[in-house]
Design a protein. Structure first.
Length: 378
């Protein structure tokens, strides 16, 4: 890629629940670190961003963190030259003043709309489609993450598998990780589960089942908004909170690298949205996904599309166990009843997870694919 095109602007509006900024920050870091690009990341909510990246100063208009130039996206938007490459994440609407600057640039910037992740069958047909601006001499190009060849792939750092395997093979690294969170090692025979979901998830039923179940469980609960009260962990609760055979451990909200380690360290991971969903798959451990709830039930269609893909080739009993628990969890019903069968199939699910990682790695890494596509456009 020519030197002038190594300047990229990424735009992110933080809607809620960290998902937009989590993906944007992970992408920005990787583009800067692995591809040597000059990345300027515009974010409208730095206070929320700070939860994922403690180095962020919410009051700073401009700051440089991990090789990325982070700018506060404020209104009125300042006069600035458009970068040769512009990434509009998840359909956030670019500032009018910036779009006008893009229209004045020669040559016109490569304008990419990075879309949300979905396993639905229509995605490969829409990947890389152009969309001319109705008024200006500009064209948006849609870039879809995905699980199959014909999509943009998934975000995956070049050294991810090496770091994961090294961590999972090292008892000392895992012990150090738990000590860093103020937790002891799990007791003999105790299952460690990470529990991350949206407000409204049927956490109470699941915890009731775990507390009276046959296997002792240690549930690690990040301090996400609205989640701790659902888990029975009011502010100032003792650590851990014990209920029958269950231990509940609240932990601080982790930055992305440490959250990866949490997923690697747990036997099962409950995840949500997009970023933690992808990272749980790379962890190659049994997991349960909660899709972002939508009023019209569209999230359930996304859930079924992924289940159809994920369960393809999986032993029928294990596929039924996974689908059963995922549906109960997403539909807000009674996941405790589906948990025992899911756990009983854990060995098959773990083996499938290893094979699944190899399958979803085939389309290549999203950041690398994006850089190659931009080079085509320019």
């Amino acid at each position: 890629m020519e030197s002038h095109a190594r300047r990229w602007d990424l735009f992110c509006t933080v809607v809620d629940n960290f998902g937009d900024i989590a993906v944007s920050w992970r992408l920005a870091r990787q583009l800067a670190r692995e591809h040597g690009l000059a990345i300027r990341l515009w974010v409208d909510d730095l206070a929320t961003f700070r939860r994922l990246c403690p180095a962020i100063d919410p009051a700073a208009g401009a700051q440089r963190i991990e090789g990325v130039d982070v700018r506060h996206w404020s209104e009125p938007f300042p006069e600035t030259l458009a970068a040769p490459v512009v990434i509009e994440t998840f359909g956030c609407r670019l500032p009018d003043r910036y779009v006008e600057a893009m229209a004045r640039a020669r040559p016109a910037p490569a304008w990419i709309n990075l879309e949300h992740l979905s396993a639905e069958k229509w995605v490969p047909g829409c990947h890389r489609l152009p969309s001319p601006h109705p008024r200006l001499p500009l064209t948006t190009h849609f870039f879809f993450p995905g699980f199959a060849v014909g999509t943009g792939g998934l975000l995956r750092e070049a050294d991810l598998f090496e770091r994961r395997d090294g961590f999972q093979a090292s008892a000392s690294m895992q012990c150090e990780f738990w000590r860093g969170l103020g937790l002891p090692d799990a007791a003999p025979g105790q299952i460690t589960v990470s529990l991350f979901g949206y407000p409204g998830a049927p956490i109470g039923d699941l915890l009731d089942g775990w507390s009276s179940g046959p296997v002792p469980i240690r549930a690690i609960v990040p301090q996400a908004p609205g989640l701790l009260p659902l888990a029975g962990l009011p502010a100032g609760a003792p650590k851990p909170l014990r209920r029958g055979r269950l231990e509940l451990w609240p932990i601080p909200f982790l930055d992305q690298d440490r959250y990866d380690e949490l997923l690697w360290a747990c036997a099962v991971n409950f995840v949500r949205g997009e970023d933690s969903f992808v990272r749980a798959q790379w962890a190659a451990r049994p997991f349960v996904w909660q899709a972002y709830p939508q009023a019209d039930g569209a999230h359930l269609h996304k859930l079924e599309a992924f289940l159809a893909l994920f369960c393809d080739g999986l032993e029928p009993a294990a596929a039924a166990a996974a689908a059963g628990l995922w549906r109960e969890w997403n539909e807000g019903r009674k996941p405790a009843g589906a948990w025992p069968e899911f756990w009983r199939r854990r060995a098959v699910l773990a083996a499938h997870g290893q094979a699944w990682v190899q399958r979803i790695a085939r389309p290549g890494d999203l950041a690398k694919n994006l850089v190659a596509y931009v080079a085509e456009l320019l």
